[in-house]
Write a protein of this length. Structure first.
Length: 423
């Protein structure tokens, strides 16, 4: 049996026009497909309020339109809500790992930027938001079924999405005990300011402590619905457990799945991890190549570059990773065209050819100049431990590098279901 996800992955834009280095080696579609195979429907979500904020924004937008107001776009409302939530949490706990925008909040030395008009803008928050990470997860066709539509600003809430929005917006805030919905409507329209003592507002919005009702609703969508995606998430959640530290995937989680009789799922995870190791070894080999090229004025011949001791060792490790990726994919009956093509290129090439493969897939980092390998337009030396892509460096999530294929995200989300110590 082969697995294909070509029906929902859009083609990537040309790397030639990019001004930012993104080393996906031409296999981004396969990378995403493996993540979906391992933890279907979850996307990049890893805590409950990543879902509460966007459904609330959609509900507030609809309510403002119903009242005849000139409502901001749902995405703007959501960015404002999460910026406010993160800034309040930053004030209470600057080290919170769920807070985005720490740099922007730190620039507000007078602590005066609390209005929606400014907070929803990237200059006062961030460019890569939690909302962007959760949009796919909201949808009925690709995620948890909370909303329907082609993109966030056109989403319409499903009944379960409405229930989550009402639960979140129905929280009581302020001395008068009014609803969070009422306060946020006024805040978005510039008619409500931050209270002098915003303790209840912080509690209602914080990314750290979702309410019991929110947690129950999201848990039901993630683990308790009927269907193969929820069943796969449920089996994996059971194998992960709820300990604070995520168990080692290969030594603990995979054996637990096998012991429970879920051999196919265990094999798919191993195939994903082997593919991830292939990408890591590709990046490491490329990193050693950049060190050599940096010191050469006119480039280095591919054969000479391949003969450098550090490069040669890295190429051997890459070929070993390619063999492992091919074997585990065959065992799991998983076949994605992009990953298979990369593996085939690596296994067919000699050392000089393997250098050329990596240069061709380096997205402008290196380039062929006549018969030599030279600096590309986006050249830099890849330091050890650097994220695989620049975009991933901005991701505040447990699976920021993508190498657990969202298993770390599921573990964090399941733990968030028990945030307040309630059953």
């Amino acid at each position: 049996m082969s697995t294909s996800t070509a029906y929902w992955f859009a083609p990537s834009p040309s790397e030639l026009t990019s001004t930012r280095l993104s080393l996906d080696f031409g296999v981004r579609s396969a990378d995403l497909a493996f993540r979906e195979l391992v933890v279907p429907g979850l996307g990049r979500v890893w805590f409950v309020r990543q879902l509460s904020w966007p459904v609330a924004a959609l509900a507030l937008h609809a309510e403002l339109r119903r009242k005849g107001k000139n409502a901001p776009r749902p995405s703007a409302i959501c960015h404002g809500i999460e910026a406010l939530a993160c800034k309040l949490q930053f004030r209470a706990d600057p080290d919170s790992d769920r807070v985005l925008g720490k740099r922007a909040f730190g620039r507000d030395e007078l602590d005066e930027v609390w209005d929606f008009a400014r907070l929803h803008r990237r200059a006062y928050y961030v460019q890569n938001t939690h909302r962007q990470a959760s949009t796919r997860t909201l949808r009925t066709d690709l995620g948890l079924g909370l909303a329907e539509g082609p993109r966030f600003d056109l989403l319409a809430l499903e009944s379960v999405g409405t229930a989550l929005a009402q639960t979140f917006l129905g929280q009581r805030v302020g001395q008068g005990g009014g609803s969070l919905e009422r306060w946020l409507l006024g805040w978005v329209m510039g008619e409500a300011a931050l209270p002098r003592s915003p303790r209840s507002l912080t509690e209602a919005l914080t990314p750290a402590k979702p309410s019991r009702e929110e947690r129950q609703l999201v848990r039901a969508r993630v683990l308790e619905t009927v269907g193969p995606a929820a069943e796969k998430r449920r089996r994996l959640a059971d194998a992960l457990g709820r300990a604070a530290e995520r168990p080692d995937i290969e030594r603990e989680t995979v054996p637990r799945l096998r012991a429970a009789g879920h051999v196919e799922q265990a094999d798919q995870i191993l195939a994903a991890l082997a593919f991830g190791a292939l990408l890591d070894r590709s990046r490491e080999a490329l990193g050693h190549m950049t060190l050599v090229v940096e010191g050469a004025r006119r480039g280095v011949a591919a054969g000479v570059l391949a003969g450098e001791p550090a490069v040669r060792r890295a190429l051997r490790a890459l070929q070993t990773a390619a063999k492992s990726s091919a074997a585990t994919a065959e065992t799991a009956c998983v076949s994605f065209p992009a990953s298979r093509a990369l593996v085939d290129e690596i296994l067919r090439a000699d050392d000089a050819g393997l250098v050329r493969v990596l240069v061709a897939r380096s997205s402008g980092l290196l380039a062929h100049a006549e018969a030599t390998v030279a600096r590309g337009p986006l050249f830099r030396v890849l330091a050890e431990g650097q994220p695989l892509t620049e975009d991933e460096a901005a991701e505040a999530e447990p699976d920021g590098t993508g190498r657990t294929f969202r298993i770390a995200n599921l573990h964090a989300l399941v733990r968030d279901f028990g945030t307040r110590g309630e059953s």
